[in-house]
Design a protein around this ligand. Structure first.
Ligand code: NAD
Length: 258
């Protein structure tokens, strides 16, 4: 995206699953990848792997829900007038339960990471994007952003907000050369899913895995690399005409489940 200097891409939740795959995909474009994760060791592992493979990466431990922590880390990332060229707001947490099964604390927990995390990181990244009149923000939405999913009250609340924050940012920063889009995966096989199965179905994980796979009309879960490939495209020059758009990547979940 620039021929003067190496593109700097920040990926939140880059220590695991989809975020890890996105870090690797952006590194393959020659970007300097800044891996942010609550899990310091996981972030460091992703960055070390990229470096071992000849890329450029750096890891920071950050809690995207913590405003001051995010400001500090982005100040370090943008020191010496380095811009954040690409921000991928991927970090997120799951939550199971209906309205009545969701405690106030749980609602706040999910809001703080999945909604406020996007606010915190975008707020910290936008000034350097504005200064250079160029930037790309990709948010990790979900099929839960657009359709009703059983027992996902808090999660759906948060991912609906990710979708509409995407529209809002895309609109407000059009004139600054900032493109903002989101991707909306169906079920993707990551530690997020394995953790959910282990916690909620300890005795029949395999059976539930098959069941969850079949909820995608295409008959399986997505792979992190498939989501990463879409993000990679949206970060490329070929996607220069795309902003304010939600990209489902869900094996037909939203449109073919009838
Ligand atoms: P994952 O649990 O494998 O990875 C998430 C990463 O985010 C972890 O490394 C975790 O440490 C990090 N993280 C969590 N809270 C954080 C915080 N407060 N600050 C910084 N980092 C934090 O999950 P995944 O499946 O790769 O999911 C990534 C994103 O994709 C999430 O936003 C999720 O909601 C979304 N998503 C996942 C699926 C799926 O089926 N896996 C489907 C749709 C959307």
């Amino acid at each position: 995206m620039t021929n003067q200097k190496i593109t700097q891409s920040v990926v939140t939740g880059g220590g695991s699953g989809i975020g890890y795959a996105i870090c690797k995909a952006l590194a393959s474009l020659g970007h300097k990848v800044i891996v942010l994760d609550l899990d310091e060791a996981a972030a460091a592992e992703t960055a070390e792997e990229i470096t071992r493979e000849g890329g450029v990466a750096k890891a920071y431990a950050v809690d995207v829900a913590n405003h001051d922590n995010v400001q500090q880390v982005f100040a370090a990332i943008t020191a010496d007038n380095r811009a954040v060229d690409v921000l991928v707001n991927n970090a997120g947490v799951g939550s199971i339960g209906t309205l009545e099964q969701t405690s106030e604390d749980e609602l706040d927990r999910v809001y703080k990471v999945n909604v406020k995390g996007v606010y915190n990181c975008s707020l910290a990244a936008v000034p350097s994007m504005k200064a250079q009149q160029r930037g790309i923000i990709i948010n990790m939405a979900s099929v839960a952003s657009s359709v009703g999913i059983a027992d996902r009250f808090a999660y759906s609340m948060s991912k609906g907000a990710v979708l509409t924050m995407t529209y809002s940012i895309a609109k407000d920063y059009l004139d600054y050369g900032i493109r903002c889009n989101c991707v909306a995966p169906g079920r993707v096989h990551t530690p997020f899913v394995d953790g959910y199965l282990a916690k909620n179905y300890p005795d029949n994980q395999q059976e539930m895995f098959e069941k969850l796979s079949k909820t995608q009309p295409i008959g399986r879960m997505g792979k992190p690399v498939e989501v990463a490939a879409l993000v990679k495209f949206l970060c490329s020059e070929e996607a220069a005409f795309i902003t304010g758009t939600n990209f489902p990547i869900d094996g037909g979940f939203v449109t073919l489940n009838n």
